[in-house]
Design a protein around this ligand. Structure first.
Ligand code: SAM
Ligand code: CA
Length: 247
């Protein structure tokens, strides 16, 4: 019989159907991806943070391990140095970012909830990457407004990951487009929103899914029509739309 710890570890490694960590047609296929190429290469601190987060009551919010692996490689590919994250939770995507950046890389990380960030912080510190992170507690929008006020912040970010309040994504985009550099990337997370973007109007959706769906639909339309960016929507995790600023 599995011990409690073994059981918890197995749980942490299994993707949860209710978590909508993947929109792939088959759960078995997703599990195959995790077991064949994600978990065997997951850095130890990320594994530790993932297992710690799995015990938290809001664990559905965490970035999935395959998306963490994707972000980590993406950041290395674009040689990102100065980055931003809106929506930290316990810090899984933040750690994936911090591990990818050079030693003098920087991440401005924002969340209205410091407590959850502090849950993961000891793991981030142990991984030796906490010095790259500046955490700001509070709503992100006023911070962005302040940054935009100062011209020297314009075009200064290589990568920005947006994974917070979906009803503000369009507001974030208006500011972020000035802050990201030409050639840099903004990643908007959850743009397939539990697959609900294609659900019929009378589909039985959970309340929060239904509430945010229209905002996600609006965002997707706005991004597709924005001539200042090139876009690529990837079915990784719950959908991530990469926007490359071109002017
Ligand atoms: N990226 C995280 C990870 O890898 O675990 C997951 C982020 S979770 C989906 C969304 C986070 O956005 C929550 O921690 C929540 O507190 C935060 N949030 C919600 N509204 C916010 C706001 N207005 N400004 C900043 N953060 C906000
Ligand atoms: Ca997310």
């Amino acid at each position: 019989m599995a011990t409690n710890t073994q059981e918890q570890q197995t749980q942490a490694g299994r993707h949860q159907e209710v978590g909508h960590k993947s929109l792939l047609q088959s759960d078995a296929l997703y599990q195959y991806i995790l077991e064949t190429s994600v978990y065997p290469r997951e850095p130890e601190p990320m594994k530790e943070l993932r297992e710690l987060t799995a015990k938290h009551p809001w664990n559905l919010m965490t970035t999935s391990a395959d998306e963490g692996q994707f972000l980590n490689m993406l950041l290395k590919l674009i040689n990102a140095k100065n980055t931003m994250e809106i929506g930290v939770y316990t810090g899984y995507s933040l750690l994936a970012t911090a591990l990818a950046l050079p030693d003098d890389g920087k991440i401005l990380a924002m969340d209205i909830n410091r407590e959850n960030y502090e849950l993961g912080l000891p793991v981030i510190q142990k991984a030796g990457v906490a010095h790259k992170i500046e955490f700001k507690e509070g709503p992100a929008l006023p911070v962005l407004d302040k940054l935009v006020e100062d011209e020297k912040n314009h075009g200064s970010y290589d990568f920005i990951f947006v994974d917070a309040d979906k009803d503000n994504y369009i507001n974030y985009h208006k500011r972020l487009i000035d802050l990201v550099k030409v050639g840099g990337l903004i990643g908007y997370d959850n743009t397939l929103w539990n697959g609900s973007v294609v659900a019929p109007p009378d589909a039985p959706l959970r309340k929060y899914v239904r509430y945010y769906r229209d905002f996600v639909l609006e965002l997707n339309k706005a991004l597709a029509a924005d001539p200042r960016i090139e876009i690529c929507m990837l079915p990784v995790g719950d959908g991530i739309t990469l926007c490359r600023r071109i002017k």
